[in-house]
Design a binder for this molecule. Sequence first.
Ligand code: SAM
Length: 311
Amino acid sequence: MIHDSDRPRPAAPGGSGPEPHADFDAFEAHGWENAAATYQWFFDPITDRLIDPLLDVTGVSRGTTLLDVACGHGNLSGRAAARGAHPWGVDVAEAMVASARQAHPGIEFSRADACELPCASETFDVAVSNFAILHLGEPERGVAELARVLAPGGKVALTVWDVPARARLFGWVTEALALAGAEPPDDIPPGPPFFRFADDEEMHRLLEGNGFEKTTIHTIAFTHTVASTDLVWTGIVGGTVRTAALVRNQPPSVQRAIRAAFDEVVARESPGSQVVIPFSVKLASATNAKNPTRRTYRFVRVPASLSPRSG
Ligand SMILES: C[S@@+](CC[C@H](N)C(=O)[O-])C[C@H]1O[C@@H](n2cnc3c(N)ncnc32)[C@H](O)[C@@H]1O
């Protein structure tokens, strides 16, 4: 049922050309191969803060079958397994999958595209995705794929960064780019707006329009402390894909101006010797609205003569 998949994505239905967001998806997939190592030491301690809230909101416990979409280094799957659940982690980047397998040898991890999961429909009780949908060229397709692989009534939970005014790491970069007068490089393929799903209505539409119901959205705020601005800069430029390209794909003089502006912005907001970064995250959860065919038998009175159990 489950196998590795590094098949290229198919052409758009009815056309011979590539899918509209294929360039963006390829850019992301390639970028994560290079960002994996830095992401682990810089971002894992930040994004791991959302693991228990995601597992709690979906009720993950002993026996739950769980899909961990865009699993990165596999930490969420690891914590789910510690609860007695049965996780399967998938990620498009080989570097992430290799690292997850090494860190959690008892758990199955596969290389797969979130929009084309190599597994049967109605396989999982729960699907969780920590900071992934903002990396998909077609987030609607990714969410519809989660609805397909979830059992009727199954639970989904997703996280995204809040707006830059509240997720300050990204706010600091955005402000530094503006202060340095940096133009968006034209070699970054167009993708969906990074903060689109920080808007609760957009998140609601994404889930309810693609197979889910009973959507709930929580805002979770916390701070994370890093020893120096140098480390923060190294972490964000080495451990991201789209954000990093906004900096790295600039001429050297512009990159220096962005870095100087970043130092200024950070010093203004976090004046001590360490850098205290305010974060805010949107955590959305919902229930699979797939027609629960199995439940029909529970609610409809079946005459004894027709009952599949009779005779
Ligand atoms: C921001 S990281 C999140 C990793 C991990 N879930 C965490 O919380 O730390 C985004 C992850 O999405 C993966 N990714 C990006 N596009 C993907 C796709 N189309 N299918 C599966 N994984 C994808 C990347 O390889 C990367 O591991």
